[in-house]
Design a protein around this ligand. Sequence first.
Ligand code: 4AD
Ligand code: MG
Length: 464
Amino acid sequence: NSYTTKSLLAGEIAAGSPVQIKGWVRTRRDSKAGISFISVNDGSSFDSLQAVVPSSLENYETEVLKLGAGCSVIIEGELVESQGQGQRFEIQASRVEVVGWVDDPETYPIAKKHHSFEYLRTVAHLRPRTNAFGAITRVRTTLANAVHNFFYQKGFQWINTPLITASDCEGAGELFRVSTLDMANLPRNEQGAIDYTEDFFGRESFLTVSGQLNVEAYCLAMSNVYTFGPTFRAENSNTSRHLAEFWMIEPEIAFATLDDCADLAEEMLKHLFKTVLDERAEDMAFFAQRIDKEAISRLEHVANSAFERMDYSEAISILEKCGKSFEYPVKWGLDLQSEHERFLAEEYVGRPVVLMNYPKEIKAFYMRLNDDQRTVAAMDVLAPGIGEIIGGSQREERLDVLDRRMAEVGLGQELGWYRDLRRYGTVPHGGFGLGFERLINYVTGMENIRDAIPFPRTPKSAPF
Ligand code: 4AD
Ligand code: MG
């Protein structure tokens, strides 16, 4: 008869039943009448369950009256309808077992009720005990499951792409090297340069920046596929939107155009938003109340309205004419900065925008060249409050065009296997990458991406 607090609070067990809960004390309050109220949280739900502890328990004086935030307990008793406000059920305790004490309550790092998110990042191992990180964690779990369910129901195969790779998919040079070489004694070639051919794979290898190239191989056999896993970028950007290690969802669809990719992105995001609203109402209510007033209404609105689609060229002329002064220049041929993306999504349109057909110079080598010869079939989905949340494209399926593009950017034989996909039964195909933590921030209204992942890795965060 051990239950989660969630099932008890939800009334899944009849009042009058004997129950046991296991969790961590959030608060203790003592009444003059000789009873104590202990609220216990086990992570299963936002709300804690209250136990009413009578002074007649044998360890009341010696232990119960010493309980405080963070102590772990097992409480047994009878589930009863609550007389108090705010909860339907509580436990009339007949036994309180203290499993673990907090050794010094005065210095317990999260003893106080309110801490800044900045401070909580310094105690990332304890922050899951706060209301906010409990809610973020449950939303993250729900979103991950919703991603898998969405694709499973549509018949997509989930491809586990490798984390160790030789290719720089995005061509941005933001790679973490993976090496088994002895750093103190690196092998050198005749010119004195480090000889990476001695390395683990007999060549240079890196942590992947994207599973896309590998997932394309499976797309061109299984038709509809996706990968969902960690990716790594050694970019030295200290912004609220960049992590060195983040999770990415990358679907890839065959016999498909850029419009099909945009349709899929829109359908997927709407499914994810609806699932969170449905399954995480309590947590979303917290975000709406404490983090971002519009957290719920925004998702409801976006889940039910068509995304705006716009060409890059049109976006440039909107930005040029809008009369706002930006920090970074706006000109056809330049990449958009987050201030531009946010203006478009927040002020100009007011909901997600799918920007399409970017200049080829600012995009990756694998994107399909448009007939105008100067743009590629790329798309970014820009979200209010975040900027770019999705990046994708139709891929170049024509071998001769791909070869020319690869030569332009200095790519050679290392992608022979990728060229094979165009030599043997090529088809138009495309896909996109959704940054999982940016999605979480969009859904919850949390501002900093370091708060969307359990243990953030950024240039300044010490790993633990
Ligand atoms: O636009 P990106 O670089 O696209 C790709 O990697 C493609 N291979 C995806 C594809 O077509 N299959 O990254 C995709 C998304 C971005 O839109 C953003 O949401 C997220 O990944 N992202 C980051 N999230 C957190 N921290 C970073 N440093 C990120 N860089 C990209
Ligand atoms: Mg991008």
